[in-house]
Design a protein around this ligand. Structure first.
Ligand code: ATP
Ligand code: MG
Length: 392
């Protein structure tokens, strides 16, 4: 029996005149993601992407890949049949025999996008439901609380049959490439990878930047950041990761600024350097992983001080989330296990004992005057390492 994958997309449908452009981007993202995975034929019609996998043994692998592509809301495998009610019935009997087992409650739902099909949707339901009820011992029709919903879709070239509960959820969101580009400040922690995923989900391409204080932070800490970028890249395809040498800046801050201002001065350097990089690479916003009140540098006053170092919009998608919600997201997207590996981050190497929680811009700016800010930024930018990270 011929099987195919039906991947349905969501929000793009609302895009009116832009819809064809968004559909093209989605199609090309799918082709890219599957290129080295399996031989497939892909076409799009009626808010559905049809993925025909040459080797049916690869269908599960392909479905798993599709479940990471933004824009797709659900993915299912379905049996392909003739647009003929008898073929639909016998195909359903064969295809669903492992789902319609003794004692199962079921109903049939039909959708007829081809209005030339001789039966309307209620008639299809009655025909197929009655047939299955006769053919399988001990199954019970239950339209209110079915265990199995048998879906019959009459589409352009064929009809399709599947059991609704075998469908898997997609990411939702918008296809990458529909929303320009933003630069993620990616630490090795739990929060920033989640922040990056959330913005990418809105269709935004992601560049990442990490501030790295060798030898205070180790090569293994860098490997960890690269792994995290690789996990985010599962959803976005390639990520350009820029590693910025940060040791000199941190040492100077430690030596020349009041201890309680250290963290915020450091954060302002990060923002400025990320902004320069973003301009250079045509990125339109910065992304960070802050959430109000999580640590001393994330009070509203501290965020004001940090963010006022730059002009570019700063996206902070976790701003109103609790730590537990963020952890749950990190687990879902697959970054949590890597984030909790115990390698140090440059933020944790030089931490003041008593950071200010209610800082004022002018006081921090005054502390910064002890440093040659421009020269330090230039020196850091001159020694950036670029790593192209592919999905792991
Ligand atoms: P995370 O869990 O993302 O590390 P955090 O709770 O540790 O965040 P902070 O240390 O205050 O919070 O950092 C706030 C944000 O600044 C991070 O979410 C990240 O976007 C950015 N950031 C912090 N350290 C680095 C770094 N070494 N390289 C790049 N970005 C960083
Ligand atoms: Mg951190």
């Amino acid at each position: 029996m011929k099987e195919i994958i039906l991947a349905k997309y969501g929000e793009i449908i609302l895009k009116g005149g832009n819809r064809p452009r968004f559909e093209n981007i989605l199609m090309s993202n799918i082709k890219n993601a599957l290129r080295n995975v399996a031989e497939t034929r892909i076409r799009l019609a009626q808010a559905t992407v049809y993925v025909d996998v040459e080797d049916s043994g690869m269908i599960d692998v392909v479905m798993e890949r599709l479940s990471k592509i933004f824009g797709i809301v659900s993915i299912t495998r379905a049996a392909v049949c003739e647009k003929d009610i008898e073929d639909i019935k016998t195909t359903a009997r064969e295809y669903l025999k492992n789902d319609l087992t003794d004692g199962k409650r079921f109903k049939v739902e039909a959708k007829r996008s081809d209005k030339k099909f001789p039966l309307n949707s209620p008639q299809i339901c009655t025909e197929v439901g009655g047939f299955l009820d006769d053919e399988f011992e001990g199954i019970i029709v239950d339209v209110h609380e079915p265990d199995v919903t048998v879906k019959v879709e009459i589409r352009d070239y064929s009809a399709y049959v599947y059991a609704d509960q075998n469908k898997i959820q997609g990411q939702g969101g918008m296809p990458i490439g529909t929303g320009s580009k933003a630069t993620l400040l990616l630490s090795g922690g739990i929060d920033s990878p989640v922040a990056g995923h959330m913005i990418a989900k809105r269709g935004v391409e992601i560049d990442a930047v990490n501030f790295f204080s060798f030898p205070y932070t180790s090569e293994r800490a860098k490997e960890k950041v690269i792994s995290l970028a690789g996990i985010i890249a599962r959803y976005t395809s390639k990520i350009n990761l820029y590693i910025v040498p940060f040791t000199e800046i941190q040492l100077q801050i430690r030596d020349k600024c009041p201890e309680e201002h250290m963290t915020l001065v450091m954060r302002r350097f990060m923002m400025r350097i990320a902004e320069r990089l973003a301009y250079d690479h045509k990125s339109k916003a910065l992304i960070t992983g802050e959430s109000v009140g999580q640590v001393a540098s994330q009070t509203l006053a501290a965020l004001d001080v940090t963010n006022s170092a730059v002009d570019m919009p700063i996206l902070q998608p976790l701003i109103g989330m609790d730590k537990l919600e963020i952890i749950r997201r990190a687990e879902e997207i697959g970054t949590y296990e890597t984030s909790i590996l115990p390698y140090e981050d440059c933020c944790t190497v030089f931490t003041p004992k008593h950071p200010t929680t209610n800082p004022k811009r002018e006081n921090i700016e005054k502390s910064e005057r002890a440093l040659n800010v421009e020269e330090l930024i230039e020196a850091a930018l001159a020694n950036i390492e670029k790593i192209e990270v592919y999905p792991d």
